[in-house]
Design a protein around this ligand. Structure first.
Ligand code: AMP
Length: 391
């Protein structure tokens, strides 16, 4: 099988997918995950035929991400008939320079390592498997696909903070994230609703953001320098007065403690005191759970207004990612916040999980489109490898 491997490496899990290249297009074949790294490591992979592997390890056997890459590689090598053409990696940060995917060599890897300080929780994990594969077999083409790239090309007016300009030159900019998801949705929308031009896509998952898109390109988004900004998320607060951070430091909190608070203990979890999972909160009668959901919807509504202003109008609003794809209740609450823009929800279509969930009379089309970041990575990787082959 002529194949592309897609790797999405985080601190506690390594996700991967194998795509078969058929007529120049990637087609998903195997989907797998080694999660619980260092705690309860478990490798699982499935294909259309069923479960291919489901194996648990001792924590000491898979203590860190490099060990997870090793175990996953061992298992992948045991599969027959895979002719690996390239590996596509999700890399969260492309910094100010990379506005498209790139074939990785030692110089590119060094440059990407420089962006570690811009995304300290994600970038080192994204780069670790690349480095390992490069050491083991430098002949395998590896491609970096960035979460920031889709947002590059916006004017400085949209990308800067009102800080001394030297900081902009240092890389303190509004990068925006979830770009692989947005690019995938923009491509799907061009097929499903080609006449819709001014779009807001709401990527509502454990990380959440919204993006304003015109002509298939990002013009604004709710995330900025880091993935902390914008909407409240599972464990991150979203938009925050920076004075709060100064206050926490004044109170004597360490940098690590503030980082943990902002990345792991805030958002829906912190506000509810119950859970970061929307399902738990919707099922709960606790006032904290109700407040967390109400705040999430309030902030999503405000952000939709902000992005509609950036677009100067709105043709379609798309729900995607874990919450957006699976929660009719959240979609209904948020659709109400879009009434003033002319959105009218078709409640039956929403409950049924249809693609179009607005009424025929609605001025704005409301859609639910499942995202597929891995397929986007496979497509981008294939485009680069194909180009390299012919050049
Ligand atoms: P993601 O990061 O895109 O995988 O989304 C994960 C999040 O989606 C979880 O933390 C849940 O809060 C949310 N989620 C998944 N399924 C549902 C559902 N049926 N209803 C509400 N939220 C859901």
């Amino acid at each position: 099988m002529d194949a592309i491997l897609v790797v999405n490496a985080g601190s506690s899990s390594l996700k991967f997918q194998i795509f078969e290249v058929i007529d120049g297009k990637p087609d998903g074949r195997v989907r797998g995950n080694l999660d619980g790294i260092g705690v309860r490591p478990r490798l699982r992979a499935t294909s259309k035929e069923g479960v291919l592997v489901d194996r648990e390890y001792q924590p000491s056997e898979v203590a860190d991400l490099p060990a997870a890459v090793g175990k996953t590689r061992e298992w992948l090598a045991s599969l027959d008939g895979i002719d690996l053409r390239a590996i596509g990696h999700r890399v969260v940060h492309g910094g100010p320079n990379y506005d498209r995917p790139i074939l990785i060599d030692a110089a590119v890897l060094d440059r990407l390592a420089e962006y570690q300080e811009l995304a300290p929780l994600h970038q080192p994990n994204n780069l670790a498997p690349i480095r390992l594969v490069m050491d083991i077999d430098p002949t395998i083409p590896q491609v970096a696909c960035f979460d920031t790239a889709f947002h590059r090309g916006r004017p400085e007016t949209a990308d800067c903070y009102a800080l001394p300009r030297s900081l902009y030159q240092d890389g303190v900019r509004r990068y925006g994230f979830h770009g692989l998801s947005y690019e995938y949705i923009a491509e799907r929308l061009a097929e499903i609703a080609p006449t819709k031009d001014k779009l807001i896509v709401a990527h509502l998952g454990s990380g959440a953001s919204m993006c304003a898109i015109v002509g298939g390109r990002s013009v604004e988004s709710t995330m900025g320098f880091t993935a902390l900004d914008g909407l409240p998320m599972g464990t991150r607060p979203g938009q925050l007065d920076p004075g709060v951070v100064l206050y926490l430091f004044q109170k004597g909190m360490s940098q690590q403690a503030v980082s943990d608070l902002l990345y792991r203990e805030s958002g829906l979890r912190g506000l509810s005191g119950i859970s970061n999972d929307v399902r738990d909160l919707l099922a709960s009668t606790d006032p904290g759970a109700k407040l967390a959901i109400a705040h999430f919807i309030h902030r999503c509504g405000l952000s939709a207004g902000l992005l509609a202003a950036a677009l100067g109008g709105l043709d379609a609003f798309v729900f995607t990612a874990g919450i957006g794809e699976n929660s009719p209740a959240i979609r209904a609450l948020l659709a109400e916040k879009l009434n003033w823009l002319g959105a009218e929800l078709d409640h039956a279509a929403n409950e049924a999980g249809a693609t179009v969930i607005s009424t025929a009379a609605s001025r704005i089309e409301l859609l639910v489109i499942p995202t597929n970041e891995e397929l986007m990575i496979a497509r981008q990787t294939l485009a680069i490898v194909g180009r390299e082959k012919t050049s």
